[in-house]
Design a protein. Structure first.
Length: 310
């Protein structure tokens, strides 16, 4: 999580960093809570949709298949996309939209007219004017292609394993929350060291997934793509990476945002040990509230419809 465009690196100030850190803490708590509430509602809607009768959809599909010309070709294209999508596992269904968003943001970085906007909202910096939302937006932001490519490769490598454990809703909530928590760790370290500066990249969020995966599957064998034949356990990997990031923080290495990496990894470890039991298991009240809200709204709409028919 680094590789900010060099022309903008020094455009920051140390003024009000303490206030910025307080905003960061409040934003992180609010964002993580809202993310898990949203994931709970998404899971409710997914289950509800799966239980619904889809006879009208079948009729629509059969009608489209009987059409000729471009409409029929469009139907074939959509069927191919749907077939590809349905073959993906839960982790991959989270990965590909994330990869697409990262790709779009990467392209925006290289549009000359957008760079000042990108730096303002897609770089995380406790000394910047905009502090809160860049903590989130920066986790989809890459300026260098190698940074983008390597992060997406690593994310794809671990997405299936994490998706099997968590399901797509909880996976996405943990990924997004891990990204913002890693930004908070970065802010706290920069304020403590009085060394503000911009950071960007998905590495912190990916480290949260890596921390989770290596805790749940400690004996899984991992390797390095550029060094074939070198294998090591997931447990050894996460310990080595965290020690390296801790050393980077202590030594003041600034090529990578080691505080963000370590913060993301610690969040992943925390979620592996306590997330399912103390966070996700306690989302049932949210689901009940959402169900009641949907029921109340449906009743109001039915009553209004009856009044309109009278």
């Amino acid at each position: 999580m680094k590789f900010a465009p060099q022309p903008f690196v020094e455009a920051s100030s140390e003024k009000n960093m303490g206030v910025g850190l307080l905003k960061s803490v409040l934003f992180t708590g609010s964002f993580c809570g809202a993310t898990f509430v949203g994931a709970t509602i998404w899971q409710y809607e997914s289950v509800r949709q799966a239980l619904q009768k889809n006879s009208w959809k079948t009729w629509t599909k059969n009608s489209l298949e009987n059409l000729q010309g471009w409409q029929h070709k469009e139907g074939e294209f959509r069927q191919a996309i749907n077939s590809w999508w349905n073959e993906l596992n839960d982790g991959q269904k989270v990965f590909w939209p994330i990869c697409l968003v990262n790709g779009i943001v990467f392209a925006c970085w290289h549009h000359p007219g957008l760079q000042s906007t990108m730096f303002r909202y897609f770089c995380s910096n406790p000394a910047a004017r905009a502090v809160c939302w860049p903590m989130f937006f920066s986790t989809f932001s890459h300026f260098a292609f190698i940074h983008f490519g390597l992060n997406m490769y690593v994310l794809h490598s671990f997405s299936s394993g994490v998706g099997r454990c968590l399901g797509k809703e909880q996976f996405l909530a943990m990924y997004l929350s891990g990204g913002v928590v890693s930004s908070l760790a970065s802010h706290a370290f920069k304020v403590a060291r009085r060394c503000p500066g911009p950071s960007l990249g998905a590495s912190g969020a990916i480290m949260a997934l890596l921390g989770y995966f290596c805790t749940v599957y400690p004996d899984a064998q991992l390797g390095i793509v550029f060094i074939p034949g070198l294998n090591f356990s997931a447990d050894s990997a996460i310990k080595a990476i965290m020690c390296l990031d801790a050393a980077g923080m202590a030594m003041g290495w600034r090529m990578f945002d080691h505080a963000a990496h370590l913060g993301g990894a610690l969040f992943g470890l925390f979620y592996a040990h306590f997330g399912a039991e103390y966070i996700w298991a306690n989302t049932e009240p949210v689901m009940k509230k959402w169900h009641q809200l949907r029921t109340d709204v449906s009743e109001i709409l039915v009553q209004d419809s009856k009044k309109g028919d009278e």
